[in-house]
Design a protein around this ligand. Structure first.
Ligand code: F6P
Length: 344
């Protein structure tokens, strides 16, 4: 078969591992040929691609980012976009398309598969919030990076008797805040699934100062809602899928904490460092497992489906189910957060 791959949306460590394994098994086990469209759906519209071979994918599983580059291109919003995609795929004799991306990218994959384009998906999100899969590659790396940053924040916050607010990624779900906050021993962990109770936050920090620890570390997910403000937007611009650019809740929260408690407070936004750099061993392995399963899905004709991790097994579900909703933290995780908090 002649198979095309693309990567859409925000990058994630582990994307290259998926590409590597799909290409390797496809060529060695099925006799496939591969091309990779550059810059997500944009590359399909522009007919811009590179061949993917055993030679040029050798060793990429160790590297972060995506060798295919990425963009947030909403084909459904472009007049004639779907027709153009179909035309380019036909022009290049593509028998199957593998799209690596989050719910926005996969909404296009779903649309195409419903309109006769043989396509499958691989779930990609640093936020770890795609429905139907336990873990997406890149998440473990992001948590490791955020945890290391929080570890470092402890010592400097302690030295200066300060509160430091660490802002991490997590638009609709607080998985990174939860996992790095727990691992990094944050005193306050704030996730978008719960409204921020600023009095409770201040009480937790005061507890520290009243009990011999004259500093505090707060981890907040970028998508949290600040009382009377809502989500904090970094730029008025929205992407082609209508998402505002979130950024700044850490700073806003730090000001509020300082005002209410009188404790000197600073903020740090970890931003894209969480998505950069080499994937952890876990993400390299997980990415390759997704890649192997996906090329099997192609040869089984599982169009309109997406690979998922269920427990320890890689399997697949419909893209429709995967993008129907976000996978968010529930009471089990709230209990972990509250169980580790001071009793105030
Ligand atoms: O959706 C994943 C995500 O990493 C969010 O956590 C974040 O808000 C956004 O992407 C950042 O997007 P960009 O890379 O376009 O700035």
């Amino acid at each position: 078969m002649r198979v095309a791959l693309l990567t859409g949306g925000g990058d994630c460590p582990g994307l290259n591992a998926v590409i590597y394994a799909a290409v390797k098994k496809g060529i060695n086990h099925y006799g496939d040929e591969f091309i990779g469209f550059l810059n997500g759906w944009r590359g399909v519209l522009d007919n811009n691609f590179i061949p993917l071979t055993l030679e040029n994918t050798d060793g990429i599983q160790l590297k972060g980012g995506t060798i295919l580059h990425s963009s947030r291109t909403n084909v459904k919003k472009i007049p004639g976009g779907i027709e153009k995609v179909q035309e380019v795929l036909k022009l290049n004799n593509i028998d199957a398309l593998i799209a690596l991306g989050g719910d926005d990218t996969q909404s296009v994959t779903l649309y195409l598969s419903e309109h006769g384009v043989p396509s499958v998906g691989v779930p990609k999100t640093i936020d770890n919030d795609i429905n139907g899969t336990d873990t997406t590659f890149g998440f473990d790396t992001a948590v490791s990076i955020a945890t290391e940053a929080i570890d470092r924040i402890h010592t400097t916050a302690d030295s200066h008797n300060r509160v430091v607010v660490v802002e991490v990624m997590g638009r609709d779900a607080g998985w990174i805040a939860y996992a790095s906050g727990v691992a990094g021993g944050a005193h306050v962990i704030l996730v978008p699934e719960k409204d921020i109770d600023i009095d409770h936050v201040c009480a937790l920090l005061k507890y520290n100062y009243d009990h011999g620890k004259h500093y505090g570390v707060v981890v907040v997910a970028e998508g949290c809602h600040l009382p009377e403000v809502g989500q904090v937007i970094g730029s008025k611009e929205v992407d082609s899928f209508g998402h505002a650019r979130l950024s700044g809740i850490g700073e806003a929260l730090a000001e509020l904490i300082e005002e209410k408690t009188g404790f000197e407070t600073r903020s740090v936004n970890l931003g894209h460092t969480q998505r950069g750099g080499v994937p952890t061993a876990y993400d390299r392995t997980l990415g390759q497992r997704y890649g192997l399963h996906t090329i099997d899905m192609v040869h089984e004709g599982k169009w309109g489906r997406i690979a998922v991790l269920h427990g320890t097994d890689i399997t697949d579900i419909t893209i429709k189910e995967a993008i129907a909703t976000n996978r968010r933290l529930d009471q089990r995780f709230f209990d972990v957060i509250s169980g580790l908090e001071a009793n105030v």
